[in-house]
Design a protein around this ligand. Structure first.
Ligand code: NAI
Length: 505
């Protein structure tokens, strides 16, 4: 399907943060663009703002002065809706209120040609509801950009119940021609990213609430072991707790209170206190002048380790063996259940059980559970938790081994699934459910999470790497530990495992 011709007029309504960014993207892609806002002067101000952005690109050598002038020529602020009548594509980015957006769409339908595409940048409203009652609901779709629109590659092309698939294909091709990375999604709460990302915040918030460690330590583990660009606390401080909490509440309500999306009381308290994050100078962290960022906790060890034993295959942790050898540690191998032993300590990848529970059930002494790392060959930190019987000496030996391999070691309280492992398992389960329910394809979901929120790996590809069966076991164990439906694994994980398959073809 072909993209809209770049000569086609694009109208953008709402000249706030998103509308201005989208207008810039369309104009940079060669379209004549008209920008309208119902607040007098707002569209003209936004165009001046875009002009300044473009001038900065010219200064940095990323845009020529003549392209700047041409883009500026194509971009016209207008002060009445009628000036948009000839648009082939209208993208609304006005206030996030269903009734206000519906009223605008009704006006546009009366004003524009029958073949004009009416797109909404809504992040939480149903495209089906937006289109309801219109004469041509098939022409209404979601075109969900991420903030800031000129920089973020992802665009979710969202189809409501009545949306025409041909138009979804046109918008997909158009977003691609604009240099974006589009994905298709069916209109369901949170679309792809705002749904699948919920556990990223929820699991850190829960671990904080249950005393696993402090914010700085948990953030460092997600960054330095998980490979995420930011931890959940620093990221929500940046997004704003009011915004992040509102998205969680809206998805939770839209799914009829499904516990998988349950908002966090810790975050609510921040919102209630006005500690909204960076923009207010205080969130989980303080941004006041002279305030120092807390240092992530890490264990030290006086022990010196010369050898260890690998019992069986360590699965995703196997690259650790090579890393140990490179540091001159003698590694002997024997058959076993996939654990690593050093001195009195037994080290194993968490399977979603508590360390003390697993030690008792599997007859293991001095058990040191390791968290998941994105890549054990290059991670710089790892989280561990200890069984209650683990002696100080055994702990020191385990910590020494990991430190000698070049890993900082952060201790978490004995909670099931540590941090990266349970976060990734829950993300994968949510992503799998979205596939099962036909919200989007596995490929598009993984792409969306990488391009929209910068995940280092798509959750489904990550589950494939970890093993679908292993991911399932972690979730089953989490569900058993907490006794909550929140951790129930997606049926798609169970089915893929039963079929001996993977989540990605
Ligand atoms: P904003 O508050 O910065 O801008 C909204 C603009 O729309 C304002 O300039 C306002 O004067 C104008 N407006 C309000 N009602 C109007 C009407 N009836 N007709 C014409 N103009 C009207 O909001 P923002 O952040 O740009 O969000 C706009 C839309 O984009 C919302 O639907 C939001 O959910 C969505 N969105 C926001 C993202 C974000 O990070 N801010 C990310 C993705 C989507």
């Amino acid at each position: 399907m072909a993209a809209l011709d770049s000569a086609a007029l694009v109208a953008v309504i709402g000249a706030g943060a998103m509308g201005a960014g989208i207008a810039q993207v369309a104009a940079q892609a060669g379209h004549p663009v008209r920008l309208y806002d119902n607040r007098p002067g707002a569209a003209a101000e936004a165009v001046q703002g875009i002009d300044r952005q473009l001038a900065r690109l010219v200064e940095k050598g990323r845009l020529t002065a003549s392209s700047h002038a041409a883009i500026r020529q194509r971009l016209l602020p207008v002060d009445n809706l009628e000036a948009l009548a000839e648009a082939r594509l209208v993208i609304e980015a006005i206030v996030e209120q269903l009734a206000v957006k519906q009223a605008l769409l009704r006006q546009l339908e009366a004003l524009c040609d029958d073949d004009c595409i009416l797109a909404s940048n809504t992040s939480s409203l149903s495209i089906t509801s937006l289109a309801a009652g219109l004469r041509r609901p098939q022409r209404v779709l979601g075109l969900h950009f991420f903030n800031p629109a000129p920089r973020m590659p992802l665009v979710e092309v969202v189809s409501g119940l009545a949306s025409d698939p041909q138009l979804a294909a046109t918008l997909y091709a158009t977003a691609k021609a604009w240099g974006k990375q589009p994905v298709h999604a069916r209109s369901t709460p949170g679309f792809i990213v705002n749904r699948v990302a919920r556990p990223f915040y929820a699991e850190s918030l829960r671990l904080l609430q249950e005393g696993a460690a402090d914010c700085a330590t948990l953030d460092a583990v997600l960054r330095e072991a998980g490979g995420f660009a930011m931890g959940a606390f620093e990221l929500t401080d940046l997004i704003g707790h009011d915004v992040n909490y509102a998205v969680t509440c809206s998805v939770f309500e839209a799914f009829y209170g499904d516990s998988r999306f349950q908002p966090s009381l810790i975050q609510k308290a921040l919102v209630d206190a006005g500690h909204l994050g960076r923009k207010r100078g205080q969130g989980f962290y303080s941004y006041a002048e002279n305030s120092e960022r807390p240092i992530p906790a890490e264990l030290q060890s006086q022990a010196q380790v010369e050898r260890c034993v690998v019992e069986g295959h360590l699965g995703v942790m196997q690259p650790l063996v090579e890393r140990l050898r490179k540091q001159g540690i003698g590694v002997s191998e024997r058959a076993g259940a996939g654990v690593l032993s050093v001195g009195d300590a037994t080290l194993a990848l968490s399977d979603g059980r508590l360390a003390s529970q697993r030690a008792r059930e599997d007859g293991l002494r001095n058990l040191v559970l390791l968290d998941l790392a994105l890549d054990y060959a290059s991670a710089t930190r790892i989280a561990i938790s200890l069984s209650a019987d683990c002696t100080a000496q055994a702990r020191d030996q385990a910590v020494a081994l990991l430190r000698q391999a070049g890993l900082r070691v952060s201790l978490l309280a004995d909670l099931p699934g540590l941090l990266v492992l349970r976060t990734v398992a829950c993300l994968a389960s949510e992503a799998a459910d979205a596939v099962l329910q036909g919200v989007a394809s596995a490929a598009d979901i993984d792409l969306a999470m990488r391009a929209g929120v910068n995940y280092p790996c798509g959750p489904l590809a990550w589950a494939d790497h970890l093993g679908v069966g292993y991911t399932l076991r972690v979730l089953d164990n989490l569900q058993r530990s907490y006794g909550e439906a929140r951790y129930r694994p997606s049926l798609l994980l169970r089915r893929s495992h039963a079929e001996g398959g993977r989540l990605h073809a």
